[in-house]
Design a protein around this ligand. Sequence first.
Ligand SMILES: [Zn+2]
Length: 204
Amino acid sequence: MNQLNDKERELIKLTNHFRKKAELMIEEGTLSDEFKSVVEACERLSGIIFEHAETRKSVLEKREILKNIVKDNAACPQCSSNEHLKYVSLDVNEKGWKFNKYKCRRCNISFVWNRPNNPWDMLLFIDQLKADFMLKVMNNEVEEDEKMLSLEMIKQLDESLATLKPVIDQSDLEASEMERKDEQVSTMIAEFTKYLQIQKILIS
Ligand SMILES: [Zn+2]
């Protein structure tokens, strides 16, 4: 019950009311076919609600894990250590990418780390790095050694993308499917709640 939202919880309470009423009617031998079909519809919808709530919970949990798979591996720019770092706040750059701001308690300085703190921005960040290295490769004024190094970096960045991108795409797909289902279910709930409230008045 605790993973349900307010509307879902309200409807489940309402369906429970109808189920109890039906049980009573069965005992009394007064259960009509019409009321029976209302209760059956209640059972079906509460089944859908609980199943959807399970899916939603699992998708959100998986996304929470995904958020944390990208470690920024921050280190103090002054002492190069990560031992005295304390997370200060979130910093958003002009592109909307999110970075972590830290304080080094040894050097007593604050700094924004130069890598995004989440996989979605990391994908864009890697793309930008790749583009920067590509410019070097194509620039006639850049030394051959540096061009070779840039090509090697591009190769490594492609490998990172190949690992990260499918995981993120899959999660994004799951999330958008879940949101679509969420809307469907909440429309169903709104309609059915109205219907049951009317039924409740009719039978009381
Ligand atoms: Zn430091």
